[in-house]
Design a protein around this ligand. Sequence first.
Ligand code: C2G
Length: 136
Amino acid sequence: MKKVITYGTFDLFHYGHLRILQRARELGDYLIVAVSTDEFNAIKGKQCTYPYSHRAQIVEAIKYVDKVIPEENWEQKERDILENDADVLVMGNDWQGKFDHLKNICEVVYLPRTEDISTTDVKHHVKNERSIAVKK
Ligand code: C2G
């Protein structure tokens, strides 16, 4: 079984989140998602709308996801990869190169971010009562 692992906040779950999880799962047979805790997001300087428990349950309900674990710090990736026997670490390419140090224990794949969508965009559109355009 080829196991994939990925990390993220996944606040205000949107299409870009769905696509990274879908593409990550396509790289193996089992997908583990480490969802950033509220405490870790404070360290990341991210103010979340949804609390960790909601974000984790939403991600867990996604059909591409097999297991959700909490992400509590920057340093846990190596332990997670070894403990979960993960073969591939997947991240969006806004993280390009940032996790190359883990290439000695697993494959590291950076996938293109989905354009024109972000949690910040969603907040802006909701605030201004504007819909998110479907990209052709
Ligand atoms: N993503 C994407 N396309 C978007 C938005 C996000 O592919 N339009 C990807 C990001 O590249 C990331 C994942 O979705 O791989 C989750 O994004 P965030 O929730 O913004 O997570 P982030 O704050 O980048 O946290 O230790 C790593 C961090 O926890 C990553």
